[in-house]
Write a new protein. Structure first.
Length: 130
């Protein structure tokens, strides 16, 4: 047995008691955003960006990183933003952004209309000879 490990066990036993000898998963890094800030971020993501205010048409990790930095002065790495989003229940599903100048009336006029039931013409296929 390593003497250092034995000293660690004795120290843990003396401070906590027998429960101190049970190995536990480390707590990990403390969260930088408070639960209120996370709830506000979640609501902002679900509402989506506004081009005039945010300057983007869809959220990316880089954009959310900048939003968190400007709003709460907390710096995250881009990869950490992805982990944060996953922990908050978001998945990477990217919807196609809608162009700002898109006109629904012009889209409807451009859409091809086809009959719902196709009728085969009798004259389109050649007759088989016997």
């Amino acid at each position: 047995m390593n003497p250092q490990r034995l000293r660690d066990w004795v120290r843990r036993f003396n401070t906590v008691g027998p429960e101190g000898l049970i190995d536990r998963k480390p707590a990990g890094a403390a969260r930088r955003l408070t639960p209120e800030q996370e709830a506000e971020l979640t609501a902002g993501i679900e509402a989506g960006p506004e081009f005039e205010r945010d300057g983007v048409v869809r959220w990316r990790c880089v954009d959310l990183r900048q939003l968190i930095l400007t709003r709460w002065n907390i710096a995250y790495h881009e990869r950490t933003i992805g982990k944060l989003l996953r922990r908050l229940g978001f998945r990477h599903i990217s919807a196609r952004p809608r162009h700002l100048g898109q006109d629904p009336a012009r889209i409807e006029a451009f859409t091809k209309t086809s009959p719902s039931v196709w009728a085969r013409s009798r004259h389109s296929s050649p007759q088989r000879r016997r």
